[in-house]
Write a protein that binds this ligand. Structure first.
Ligand SMILES: *[C@@H]1O[C@H](CO)[C@@H](O)[C@H](O)[C@H]1NC(C)=O
Ligand SMILES: *[C@@H]1O[C@H](CO)[C@@H](O)[C@H](O)[C@H]1NC(C)=O
Ligand SMILES: *[C@@H]1O[C@H](CO)[C@@H](O)[C@H](O)[C@H]1NC(C)=O
Length: 452
């Protein structure tokens, strides 16, 4: 058994209306065996000879900084007394589910390059529908679709808007720019968009004409599954339109992420797929207080880590200067982000975690700030995130990103220190591979069950 103290309760009491979160069990969610704490065996990484993909990690770190670095602006914009009006069109949605229940499963491709870099799947745009594919990203809120005239290294399939009878382009500029110099420019447009048989007739998106600095990956576009106030396009996100249409079987979506490029990864919209998990789904209420009371992300409070059973509490470094924002006594707010590969916590939290891991030390500077290494041949224990007092373990094989270089005896840890403001932690695929994750819009909660 892991010994967990009740730091989380203090945190929850100060930020949420209910100090003891009520277990949420919508009737549509199958309940199986009761949850049990997982005990992974100690392992060493040499077993699978993984080598750290420094380039992928460097690139992702810069993107995460850009994605969450603008949080101060977003919160300030959103907390103005007159909230900005989201652009709506006369008939913004018209759900036409091919399945009676208003739910659908989108198979995802796991892009593996030493780390599970991203998970993408099919989406279609236009009338008649043209299929492309997108990275499904719970950490952002815009749909980004490259057009067939797209300049730069735009990844196909590109959307030929001239062949769609329902495409409408506005002259509102759309621009995304990351700190690594990559980005995409275009304008906001609307058209019919379908994912997993679920259609929004007039979905706003960034219609992209220019990509630069290596914006694209193996996927063509991006579908943000976050909240409206975080939308760069100032438009309602696809999933929110589905919810407001009233046509979904359940107002939630769920991710299953496989490892190492294996098949079986899936996004279930309006549903949970009980083939993909075991035990109960335990829900954790979202934490809008972390972002000035405005829900931007799927973020939940965490009291910190446990490492092999010892509870760690972290002292926050708060870089956010708006006095209206609650300053936490401990812990952090964890954004569950399907569009991020690794896990980012404050530099103070990372230091505290790695202090507990034998032989760990900050990685050489050329690896990048915030990374830590530990001896590959030393057995490492299990790191867990603690949510509402319950530890959620990360398989050491996911935590261990591989040897620093070919033949190196040092291995790189998959949790890194990055101060993103207001003590946010970004919890990506490395965690979600272990835990089937349900994003529940009615309950405003994220649920986890042990992934199969
Ligand atoms: C396109 O990709 C090539 C090769 O990866 C690279 O050299 C070039 O700079 C890229 N161009 C743009 C506009 O990103
Ligand atoms: C993209 O748009 C931004 C904002 O309008 C602009 O500053 C930038 O120069 C544009 N970049 C390219 C490559 O078109
Ligand atoms: C916050 O305020 C302090 C003191 O006024 C200042 O030193 C610091 O640079 C500010 N931080 C940010 C992120 O603006």
């Amino acid at each position: 058994m892991l010994a967990i103290t009740t730091v989380a309760t203090l945190l929850v009491a100060s930020t949420l209306s209910s100090a003891s979160p009520t277990p949420l069990s919508p009737s549509t969610i199958p309940q199986r065996r009761s949850a049990s704490v997982i005990n992974f065996h100690r392992n060493t990484v040499q077993a699978d000879n993984k080598v750290f993909n420094a380039e992928a990690a460097r690139k992702e770190r810069l993107r995460v900084k850009a994605k969450y670095g603008t949080i101060n602006d977003r919160v300030q914009a959103a907390s103005h007394s007159t909230k900005r009006a989201l652009k709506t069109v006369a008939k913004p949605f018209d759900i036409k589910s091919k399945r009676a229940g208003g739910e659908g499963k989108d198979p995802l491709v796991d892009v593996f390059n030493s780390i599970d870099v991203l998970y993408f799947g099919p989406l279609s745009v236009g009338t008649p529908p043209q299929e492309t594919n997108v990275d499904f990203d719970t950490g952002s809120s815009d749909l980004v679709v490259p057009l067939s005239n797209c300049q730069g290294n735009c990844t196909a399939p590109l959307f030929d808007s001239s062949k769609s009878t329902t495409f409408k382009r506005s002259n509102t500029p759309f621009s995304i720019q990351y700190q690594d110099g990559s980005g995409a420019n275009g304008t906001v447009a609307t058209d019919a968009v379908t994912v997993a048989g679920l259609t929004v007739a007039k979905q706003a998106f960034g219609a992209v004409d220019t990509e630069f600095g290596g914006f694209s990956g193996p996927n063509a576009g991006l579908l943000g599954l976050g909240f409206p106030d975080n939308a760069v396009s100032n438009s309602k996100p696809f999933f929110i339109n589905l919810v407001e249409s009233g046509g979904l079987a359940s107002n939630l979506f769920s991710f299953f992420m496989s490892r190492g490029g294996a098949d079986g990864s899936e996004l279930c919209i309006g549903c949970v797929n009980s083939d993909k998990f075991s035990g109960d789904i335990d829900y954790h209420k979202l934490d809008p207080s972390a972002t000035g009371g405005t829900q931007l992300y799927w973020n939940i409070p965490s009291s910190g880590f446990s490492y092999d059973g010892s509870q760690s509490t972290v002292t926050p470094t708060t870089s956010f200067n708006d006095t209206s924002i609650t300053t936490r006594a401990t812990g952090f707010s964890a954004v569950i982000d399907s569009g991020t590969s690794l896990i980012y916590v404050s530099t103070a939290a990372a230091e505290e975690l790695y202090n507990q891991i034998p032989g760990a030390s900050p990685a050489p500077k050329d690896v990048g700030d915030g990374f830590y290494t530990f001896p590959c041949d030393a057995p490492i224990g299990t790191v867990s995130f603690v949510f509402d007092g319950k530890p959620y373990a990360i398989n050491p094989q996911d935590f261990n990103l591989g040897a620093l270089q070919e033949g190196s005896s040092d291995c790189v840890g998959g949790i890194l220190g990055e101060d993103l403001g207001d003590n946010l932690a970004i919890v990506g695929d490395e965690f979600m591979k272990n835990w089937y994750s349900v994003f529940d819009h009615d309950q405003l909660a994220v649920g986890f069950a042990k992934a199969n």
